[in-house]
Design a binder for this molecule. Structure first.
Ligand code: SF4
Length: 89
């Protein structure tokens, strides 16, 4: 069963410092990934296929339930990482 806790519900349990620190961490990770350049098309397709078979993938939205990223975009970049380390590359 997919955990459908929303970001807003999660944030209600956090202090503002935790929200700030998590937001800064996510922005740094996104900046690093997006500025790392595009990965080869074959690897992007392999990553996306792994996501499509993953229990954390929300098919209708094409989002990862763990990192909340839009996977057609996240799989494009060299330094993007699967939060569960399911990708090979
Ligand atoms: S990024 Fe990883 S955890 Fe998220 S949907 Fe893809 S394979 Fe699953």
């Amino acid at each position: 069963m997919v955990n459908m806790e929303t970001q807003a519900e999660r944030e209600k349990k956090m202090t503002w410092q935790q929200i700030r620190d998590e937001s800064i961490g996510m922005l740094k990770e996104t900046y690093t990934a997006v500025t790392s350049g595009y990965i080869e098309k074959e690897i992007q397709e392999e990553r996306y296929e792994i996501c499509e078979g993953c229990s954390e993938f929300i098919k209708i939205l094409r989002l990862c339930n763990v990192c909340k990223c839009y996977m057609p975009a996240k799989t494009l970049f060299n330094k993007s990482k699967c939060p569960k380390s399911y990708w090979n590359k």
